[in-house]
Design a protein around this ligand. Structure first.
Ligand SMILES: Nc1nc2c(ncn2[C@@H]2O[C@H](COP(=O)(O)OP(=O)(O)O)[C@@H](O)[C@H]2O)c(=O)[nH]1
Ligand SMILES: [Mg+2]
Length: 252
Protein backbone atom coordinates (compact mmCIF):
# COMPACT_ATOMS: atom_id res chain seq x y z
CA UNK A 1 0.00 0.00 0.00
CA UNK A 2 1.40 3.45 -0.89
CA UNK A 3 2.50 5.49 2.11
CA UNK A 4 0.20 8.25 3.27
CA UNK A 5 1.84 11.50 1.99
CA UNK A 6 1.07 13.19 5.31
CA UNK A 7 2.95 10.51 7.33
CA UNK A 8 5.82 10.65 4.87
CA UNK A 9 6.14 14.46 5.35
CA UNK A 10 6.19 14.06 9.17
CA UNK A 11 8.96 11.45 8.88
CA UNK A 12 11.10 13.78 6.73
CA UNK A 13 10.66 16.62 9.23
CA UNK A 14 11.66 14.31 12.10
CA UNK A 15 14.79 13.16 10.29
CA UNK A 16 15.74 16.79 9.60
CA UNK A 17 15.19 17.83 13.23
CA UNK A 18 17.17 14.82 14.45
CA UNK A 19 20.05 15.64 12.09
CA UNK A 20 20.09 19.27 13.27
CA UNK A 21 20.21 18.16 16.93
CA UNK A 22 23.11 15.75 16.22
CA UNK A 23 25.09 18.31 14.19
CA UNK A 24 24.42 21.02 16.78
CA UNK A 25 25.56 18.74 19.56
CA UNK A 26 28.76 17.83 17.68
CA UNK A 27 29.54 21.50 17.01
CA UNK A 28 28.96 22.49 20.62
CA UNK A 29 30.83 19.50 21.90
CA UNK A 30 33.94 19.98 19.79
CA UNK A 31 34.18 23.78 19.75
CA UNK A 32 36.14 25.39 22.59
CA UNK A 33 33.98 26.97 25.23
CA UNK A 34 33.96 30.77 24.66
CA UNK A 35 35.86 32.57 27.42
CA UNK A 36 33.99 35.42 29.03
CA UNK A 37 35.87 38.67 28.17
CA UNK A 38 37.57 40.18 31.21
CA UNK A 39 37.38 43.88 32.07
CA UNK A 40 40.85 44.43 30.56
CA UNK A 41 39.80 42.71 27.30
CA UNK A 42 36.82 45.01 27.06
CA UNK A 43 38.93 48.09 27.79
CA UNK A 44 41.54 47.09 25.21
CA UNK A 45 38.88 46.66 22.54
CA UNK A 46 37.41 50.03 23.46
CA UNK A 47 40.84 51.69 23.31
CA UNK A 48 41.52 50.21 19.92
CA UNK A 49 38.17 51.26 18.53
CA UNK A 50 37.87 54.69 20.07
CA UNK A 51 41.35 56.04 20.58
CA UNK A 52 43.83 54.60 18.17
CA UNK A 53 43.42 53.01 14.87
CA UNK A 54 47.21 52.98 14.51
CA UNK A 55 49.09 50.93 17.06
CA UNK A 56 52.12 53.18 17.44
CA UNK A 57 54.05 50.47 19.23
CA UNK A 58 54.12 48.70 15.89
CA UNK A 59 55.92 51.38 13.87
CA UNK A 60 58.88 49.76 12.20
CA UNK A 61 61.62 50.67 9.76
CA UNK A 62 60.65 49.88 6.16
CA UNK A 63 63.33 51.03 3.73
CA UNK A 64 65.76 53.78 2.78
CA UNK A 65 65.75 55.40 -0.66
CA UNK A 66 68.56 57.54 -2.04
CA UNK A 67 66.65 58.53 -5.15
CA UNK A 68 63.08 58.69 -6.37
CA UNK A 69 63.68 55.60 -8.52
CA UNK A 70 63.15 52.93 -5.88
CA UNK A 71 60.31 54.33 -3.82
CA UNK A 72 57.86 51.95 -2.11
CA UNK A 73 54.37 51.34 -3.54
CA UNK A 74 51.59 53.80 -2.93
CA UNK A 75 48.93 51.39 -1.68
CA UNK A 76 48.87 52.69 1.90
CA UNK A 77 48.13 56.25 3.03
CA UNK A 78 51.35 58.23 3.23
CA UNK A 79 52.41 60.79 5.82
CA UNK A 80 55.48 62.87 4.98
CA UNK A 81 57.76 64.59 7.49
CA UNK A 82 59.28 67.77 6.11
CA UNK A 83 61.34 70.46 7.75
CA UNK A 84 64.77 71.95 8.12
CA UNK A 85 67.68 69.77 8.93
CA UNK A 86 67.94 69.33 12.72
CA UNK A 87 64.36 70.45 13.39
CA UNK A 88 63.56 67.09 15.04
CA UNK A 89 62.04 64.91 12.31
CA UNK A 90 63.80 61.70 13.35
CA UNK A 91 63.21 62.43 17.03
CA UNK A 92 59.50 62.80 16.28
CA UNK A 93 59.43 59.36 14.62
CA UNK A 94 61.02 57.92 17.76
CA UNK A 95 58.59 59.77 20.02
CA UNK A 96 55.60 58.51 18.01
CA UNK A 97 56.85 54.94 18.25
CA UNK A 98 58.14 55.34 21.85
CA UNK A 99 61.33 53.75 20.60
CA UNK A 100 64.57 55.71 20.51
CA UNK A 101 66.15 53.20 18.14
CA UNK A 102 63.65 53.58 15.28
CA UNK A 103 65.23 56.58 13.55
CA UNK A 104 68.77 57.86 13.77
CA UNK A 105 68.89 61.16 15.62
CA UNK A 106 71.86 63.30 14.74
CA UNK A 107 73.57 66.26 16.36
CA UNK A 108 75.07 67.24 13.00
CA UNK A 109 72.65 68.97 10.63
CA UNK A 110 72.42 67.57 7.13
CA UNK A 111 73.51 64.03 7.97
CA UNK A 112 70.44 62.33 6.50
CA UNK A 113 70.66 62.35 2.74
CA UNK A 114 67.95 59.82 1.98
CA UNK A 115 64.25 59.27 2.40
CA UNK A 116 63.65 56.89 5.26
CA UNK A 117 60.36 55.02 5.35
CA UNK A 118 58.57 53.59 8.33
CA UNK A 119 55.60 51.26 8.36
CA UNK A 120 52.90 52.43 10.77
CA UNK A 121 51.25 49.24 11.92
CA UNK A 122 50.42 48.29 8.31
CA UNK A 123 47.97 51.22 8.20
CA UNK A 124 50.14 53.94 6.67
CA UNK A 125 53.71 54.72 5.73
CA UNK A 126 55.73 57.55 7.17
CA UNK A 127 58.40 59.16 4.99
CA UNK A 128 61.20 61.06 6.74
CA UNK A 129 62.53 63.42 4.06
CA UNK A 130 66.05 64.85 4.05
CA UNK A 131 66.09 68.21 5.83
CA UNK A 132 66.22 71.32 3.74
CA UNK A 133 68.34 74.43 4.22
CA UNK A 134 71.53 73.63 6.06
CA UNK A 135 74.89 75.14 5.42
CA UNK A 136 77.53 72.72 6.68
CA UNK A 137 77.51 70.17 3.85
CA UNK A 138 79.25 70.81 0.58
CA UNK A 139 77.23 72.74 -2.00
CA UNK A 140 76.92 69.70 -4.25
CA UNK A 141 75.46 67.58 -1.51
CA UNK A 142 73.15 70.34 -0.41
CA UNK A 143 71.83 70.71 -3.95
CA UNK A 144 71.32 66.94 -4.12
CA UNK A 145 69.17 66.94 -0.99
CA UNK A 146 66.86 69.70 -2.10
CA UNK A 147 66.56 68.10 -5.52
CA UNK A 148 65.50 64.85 -3.85
CA UNK A 149 62.97 66.79 -1.79
CA UNK A 150 61.62 68.70 -4.81
CA UNK A 151 61.45 65.56 -6.94
CA UNK A 152 59.68 63.75 -4.19
CA UNK A 153 56.67 66.02 -4.20
CA UNK A 154 56.63 65.97 -7.98
CA UNK A 155 56.66 62.19 -8.44
CA UNK A 156 54.72 61.08 -5.38
CA UNK A 157 51.06 61.46 -6.15
CA UNK A 158 49.49 59.67 -3.19
CA UNK A 159 50.64 61.87 -0.30
CA UNK A 160 47.82 62.09 2.25
CA UNK A 161 49.34 64.43 4.78
CA UNK A 162 52.51 66.46 5.26
CA UNK A 163 53.82 67.25 8.72
CA UNK A 164 55.76 70.48 8.37
CA UNK A 165 58.07 70.73 11.37
CA UNK A 166 59.29 74.12 12.55
CA UNK A 167 61.48 74.81 15.58
CA UNK A 168 59.29 76.76 18.02
CA UNK A 169 62.27 78.83 19.22
CA UNK A 170 63.16 80.55 15.98
CA UNK A 171 61.50 82.69 13.39
CA UNK A 172 60.56 80.56 10.37
CA UNK A 173 63.34 80.51 7.79
CA UNK A 174 62.85 81.43 4.13
CA UNK A 175 62.93 77.70 3.43
CA UNK A 176 60.10 77.09 5.90
CA UNK A 177 58.05 79.84 4.30
CA UNK A 178 58.88 78.51 0.82
CA UNK A 179 57.79 75.03 1.85
CA UNK A 180 54.55 76.34 3.32
CA UNK A 181 53.80 78.35 0.19
CA UNK A 182 54.46 75.26 -1.88
CA UNK A 183 52.05 73.18 0.24
CA UNK A 184 49.40 75.90 -0.02
CA UNK A 185 49.73 76.18 -3.78
CA UNK A 186 49.84 72.40 -4.30
CA UNK A 187 46.72 72.02 -2.14
CA UNK A 188 48.38 69.29 -0.07
CA UNK A 189 46.85 68.73 3.38
CA UNK A 190 49.30 69.49 6.17
CA UNK A 191 49.73 69.91 9.90
CA UNK A 192 52.16 72.44 11.35
CA UNK A 193 54.21 70.81 14.07
CA UNK A 194 56.25 73.13 16.27
CA UNK A 195 59.10 71.18 17.81
CA UNK A 196 61.38 71.42 20.86
CA UNK A 197 58.72 73.03 23.07
CA UNK A 198 60.43 71.64 26.16
CA UNK A 199 63.17 74.22 25.60
CA UNK A 200 60.73 77.06 26.37
CA UNK A 201 58.33 77.84 29.20
CA UNK A 202 54.58 77.44 28.57
CA UNK A 203 54.27 81.22 28.38
CA UNK A 204 57.11 81.50 25.85
CA UNK A 205 55.50 78.73 23.76
CA UNK A 206 52.26 80.72 23.64
CA UNK A 207 54.16 83.87 22.65
CA UNK A 208 56.05 82.05 19.90
CA UNK A 209 52.85 80.49 18.57
CA UNK A 210 51.37 83.97 18.32
CA UNK A 211 54.46 85.16 16.45
CA UNK A 212 54.26 82.14 14.11
CA UNK A 213 50.61 82.76 13.33
CA UNK A 214 51.48 86.36 12.42
CA UNK A 215 54.28 85.51 10.02
CA UNK A 216 53.05 82.21 8.52
CA UNK A 217 50.26 82.16 6.02
CA UNK A 218 48.84 78.72 6.76
CA UNK A 219 45.69 77.10 5.42
CA UNK A 220 42.55 77.40 7.53
CA UNK A 221 42.19 73.66 7.92
CA UNK A 222 45.84 73.09 8.84
CA UNK A 223 46.01 71.78 12.38
CA UNK A 224 48.72 73.05 14.71
CA UNK A 225 50.65 71.06 17.28
CA UNK A 226 53.29 72.13 19.77
CA UNK A 227 55.34 69.09 20.66
CA UNK A 228 58.38 67.87 22.50
CA UNK A 229 60.14 64.67 21.54
CA UNK A 230 62.80 65.01 24.19
CA UNK A 231 63.63 61.87 26.12
CA UNK A 232 64.24 64.01 29.18
CA UNK A 233 60.63 65.19 29.02
CA UNK A 234 58.61 62.09 29.90
CA UNK A 235 55.27 63.80 29.24
CA UNK A 236 56.23 64.17 25.57
CA UNK A 237 53.89 67.18 25.34
CA UNK A 238 51.63 67.27 22.34
CA UNK A 239 52.70 63.84 21.07
CA UNK A 240 49.52 62.06 22.12
CA UNK A 241 47.35 64.72 20.48
CA UNK A 242 49.38 64.35 17.32
CA UNK A 243 49.06 60.55 17.44
CA UNK A 244 45.31 60.82 17.73
CA UNK A 245 45.09 63.33 14.89
CA UNK A 246 47.24 61.13 12.62
CA UNK A 247 45.09 58.12 13.38
CA UNK A 248 41.96 60.11 12.60
CA UNK A 249 43.49 61.36 9.37
CA UNK A 250 44.63 57.93 8.19
CA UNK A 251 41.41 56.14 9.10
CA UNK A 252 38.85 58.71 8.01
N1 LIG B 1 65.19 69.30 23.66
C1 LIG B 1 64.77 68.75 22.52
N2 LIG B 1 65.67 68.37 21.60
C2 LIG B 1 65.21 67.80 20.45
C3 LIG B 1 63.84 67.63 20.20
N3 LIG B 1 63.70 67.08 18.98
C4 LIG B 1 64.94 66.91 18.50
N4 LIG B 1 65.87 67.35 19.38
C5 LIG B 1 67.32 67.36 19.21
O1 LIG B 1 67.62 68.04 18.00
C6 LIG B 1 68.70 67.42 17.31
C7 LIG B 1 68.28 67.03 15.90
O2 LIG B 1 67.24 66.08 15.99
P1 LIG B 1 66.86 65.13 14.77
O3 LIG B 1 65.64 64.39 15.19
O4 LIG B 1 68.02 64.31 14.33
O5 LIG B 1 66.51 66.21 13.64
P2 LIG B 1 66.27 65.96 12.06
O6 LIG B 1 67.55 66.35 11.40
O7 LIG B 1 65.17 66.90 11.69
O8 LIG B 1 65.92 64.53 11.87
C8 LIG B 1 69.11 66.22 18.17
O9 LIG B 1 70.20 66.61 18.98
C9 LIG B 1 67.87 65.96 19.02
O10 LIG B 1 68.18 65.36 20.25
C10 LIG B 1 62.89 68.05 21.20
O11 LIG B 1 61.66 67.95 21.08
N5 LIG B 1 63.43 68.59 22.35
MG1 LIG C 1 66.76 63.02 10.69
Amino acid sequence: MPEDPFCFAIKVVHVKILRRIIVGFRLNFFSKPTKKPTKTDKLNTLNRVIYMAINYGKIKYLKTCASTKDLPGEDLPEIVLAGRSNVGKSSLVNALGSNKKLARVSQTPGKTQQIIYFDMDGQAILADLPGYGFSKASKDKSRGFSELCDNYFRVRKGIDLVLLLIDIRHEPSNDDIGMLNFLNSAGLPYFLVFTKCDKLSAQQVRKQLQMMSNCLDFAEDARIFAVSSSETNPQKSGINDLKQALSDEVCK
